[in-house]
Design a protein around this ligand. Structure first.
Ligand code: MN
Length: 383
């Protein structure tokens, strides 16, 4: 079996005001090329197929086209839902699609869904676990102690009756951490930082029974623990924080039990997302790949009027412009000299306000600060 691992397609997503559907179509065309080139027979899509629970028409059309192409090419395709997908909508037609080798499992019904693919070395069990919350799993296993997401996933896997002597592959969309700590986030996962290090984190050892775990959820491609427990990552840079995040696709040859080879194939986007930095004049001197998405940081000391309009004449797909100059550095790194430990709360607030706004704080605003500080326990009535 030779499979290609995809995840977090987020079909229908935009970057700032720019629609990415052309870029996503381009990516999926490259996937089809890669399938032919590498002799891939199976495609795994590990959730967040769509960007929204009610996807756009363009996104639905794109997925429709893609799975039709896969079916025509007789590629076994396995797909689960992620936290961005609507379970019911993604599940549409799944019973009918089975007959054409398109296996969609978007709704958790209490059991781990299994399909068997046979190759020259015998059967490969492909297990599909759509995104689940602990509460959903508790409903099916009322007698198990399920206090967090790890308990939930372990319970499902423990009840699946996995034969460790056979070859087993799982698709799962969860927040998985290795022994070394949490995975490196891409930045466009769309989850709050409060999720990191809490009940949603699942230890990579949950996936020990599997020869390969095709994970989705984290947008930065990486292995978690061992190389065979892996996030494919999103196909495109979906946020400015991913500007230096090189995307790749795992192409995995699963031979007989214990013999697995993972090749990471770099992905070249239709339009890259790049960060450029320098004085405006210099940045616009040598314009390269003008259709790329641009995040520009200007080092000019003076603010330029209608700077977006000016930059977009050279780079029409400019997403964001900010400044790095003496003024912004002062705001980001205020001068803390001249503050001493025995200054009163009032004095510190007055000083800070003056530094930020260049004017004295009003008595009314001061009172709001004092009330808030008392409520937060920063100062006490007697202070
Ligand atoms: Mn995602």
């Amino acid at each position: 079996m030779k499979f290609l691992h995809l995840s977090d397609l987020h079909l229908g997503k935009s970057l700032g005001e720019f629609d990415l559907i052309r870029d996503q179509r381009y990516f999926l065309e490259r996937v089809l090329e890669l399938i032919r080139e590498k002799g891939v027979d199976t495609v795994l899509i590990a959730g967040d197929v769509y960007d929204k629970s009610i996807p756009s028409e363009a996104a639905v059309n794109l997925l429709d086209w893609f799975i039709n192409e896969l079916a025509e090419m007789k590629i076994h395709t396995f797909m689960i839902s992620g936290n961005h997908d609507s379970d019911d909508r993604l599940n549409f037609g799944s019973a009918l699609f089975e007959a054409r080798g398109i296996h969609i499992c978007a709704k958790f019904d209490g059991t781990l869904y299994k399909r068997v693919v046979t190759d020259d070395h015998g059967p490969v069990n492909v297990w599909l676990l759509p995104f689940v919350k602990a509460s959903q799993v508790r409903h099916y296993y009322p007698d198990e102690a399920i206090n967090n997401y790890e308990d939930a996933v372990r319970t499902i896997i423990d009840h699946a009756g996995i034969d460790p002597g056979e070859r087993n592959v799982i698709l799962s969309h969860q927040f998985v951490a290795g022994h070394g700590g949490n995975p490196k986030l891409g930045g466009s996962e769309g989850m709050g930082t409060q999720n990191v290090g809490t009940i949603e984190v699942i230890g990579a050892s949950c996936y020990d029974p599997f020869d390969y775990a095709a994970l989705g959820h984290i947008h930065s491609p990486q292995q978690v623990g061992r190389p065979e427990v892996r996030y494919a990552g999103s196909p495109l840079k979906y946020s400015l924080s991913e500007v230096n995040n090189a995307k790749s696709l795992p192409v995995v040859a699963l031979e007989e039990k214990g013999n697995i080879d993972i090749e990471l194939v770099p992905v070249k986007p239709l339009r890259d997302l790049r960060h450029i930095k320098g004085p405006l004049k210099k940045l616009l001197e040598n314009v390269e790949n003008k259709d790329d998405f641009i995040y520009a940081t200007l080092t000019d000391e003076d603010i330029v009027n209608d700077v977006m309009g000016i930059v977009q004449q050279s780079y029409p797909n400019t997403v964001k412009i900010d400044y790095d100059n003496a003024h912004t550095r002062e705001i980001n790194d205020p001068d803390v000299e001249g503050i001493s430990a025995n200054q009163s709360f009032d004095d510190l607030v007055r000083q800070f306000y003056l530094a930020m706004y260049g004017t004295e704080i009003s008595e009314e605003e001061m009172q709001i600060m004092l009330d808030a500080a008392k409520e937060a326990g920063v100062i006490h009535e007697a202070d």
